[in-house]
Design a protein. Structure first.
Ligand code: SF4
Length: 335
């Protein structure tokens, strides 16, 4: 029998979904990798979603409508964003089944555990089966940590490859066994490469980009992303054997302060020369820009904004180019 597909709009404890025999499908990935991704946005606007709604939301709406093989969607009411919440209510009104989940803002472990137990109940699985799955998924996550190490320590992996593999950890491409093989083959091949030549090392922070050509463009300007902040979080780099604690160490759904601490630690370790903060049009995370700038006052910092899934526009290219040019003339760097 074909497995049921559960759409997710952000990283949720996928262990519970796999344990229930269902398959998680990250709707962000379905949208942004589809050849007709712009069509998804158009479809959402034709159905009445405002022009001033984030492109990811409209894209995910289109992905659910177009794919037509999503059986339910996980509704993260706390820890994602209000746009997602409204999106799921719209889908629910249209007949889509939604499964609620929430990350408690204060990282309260007892509340998070309760949320996980409820989630297990909705999916018809048990807490202990999910813990078993955590062990299986951790084998893949460890491989993704190695991909990340090959990126920043050995300089053998491009910023885009790093982005793509880490972002896929949210749903393990719906097939952990095959994804695991794919990552192993990648490590094997990347480990035999020559080191990449770009001397300027960048951190990419913020939500994953809607314009994926950004990485290749940066590399044509003598720089390379050696740290993808949010994407790396999808691999749970702060390890804990306890599934509840694990999901409290995940920085993205809570306050910005754990993210700031993580970014500072990683940009020092990876000897980063400059930070690119990507913000999405109409997204509340844009307001974090001021906090990041205050937190890293000496670090060269560029904020860029994306809207729709198309190639980088000329203005953004010019700004990235000038930023890389400026960094190429600097001799000392500090956070
Ligand atoms: S980019 Fe911002 S507004 Fe859009 S889905 Fe993500 S968190 Fe929500």
């Amino acid at each position: 029998m074909k497995s049921k597909r559960i759409g997710i709009t952000t990283t949720v404890p996928s262990e519970f979904i796999f344990a229930s025999g269902f398959v998680p499908v990250d709707l962000n990935n379905v949208f942004v990798t589809d050849i007709n991704s712009s069509g998804f946005i158009e479809m959402a606007e034709v159905d009445g979603l405002p022009r001033t709604t984030c492109g990811w939301i409209k894209g995910m709406y289109g992905a659910v409508k177009e794919a037509r093989n999503i059986d339910a969607v996980v509704a993260v009411s706390d820890g994602d964003c209000s746009h997602t919440r409204s999106l799921l209510e719209i889908l629910n009104l249209g007949g889509m089944k939604v499964l609620p989940f929430a990350y408690p803002y204060d990282r309260d472990k007892a509340i998070l555990k309760k949320q996980m137990e409820k989630f297990a109940g909705f999916l018809g699985t048990s807490f202990s089966s999910a813990v078993e799955w955590m062990g299986r998924l951790d084998e893949i996550r460890r491989k993704l940590w190695e991909v990340d190490r090959l990126t920043w320590e050995e300089n053998r992996v491009s910023g885009f490859e790093n982005h793509l593999l880490q972002v896929s950890a949210s749903d393990m491409e719906g097939d952990p066994e095959n994804f695991s093989k794919k990552v192993s083959a990648f490590i094997d091949e990347a480990g035999r490469r020559e080191a990449l030549p770009q001397p300027i090392r960048l951190a990419y922070i913020g939500v994953p980009p809607i314009n994926e050509d950004i990485y290749d463009f940066i590399e044509t300007r003598g720089a390379r992303v050696v740290f993808n902040e949010v994407q790396r979080q999808f691999t749970f780099p702060s390890y804990s054997d306890d599934i509840v604690e694990r999901y409290t160490l995940y920085t993205y759904p809570y306050d910005v302060f754990a993210r700031i601490y993580d970014i500072e630690k990683e940009i020092k370790k990876r000897e980063v020369h400059g930070v690119i903060h990507y913000v999405q049009s109409f997204c509340h995370h844009q307001m974090e820009d001021v906090m990041f700038r205050k937190s890293f006052p000496k670090m060269p910092f560029l904020t860029i904004e994306g809207d729709a899934p198309q190639k980088l526009d000329a203005r953004t290219k010019l700004r990235i180019e000038s930023f890389c040019e400026m960094l190429s003339h600097r001799e000392t760097f500090s956070v």
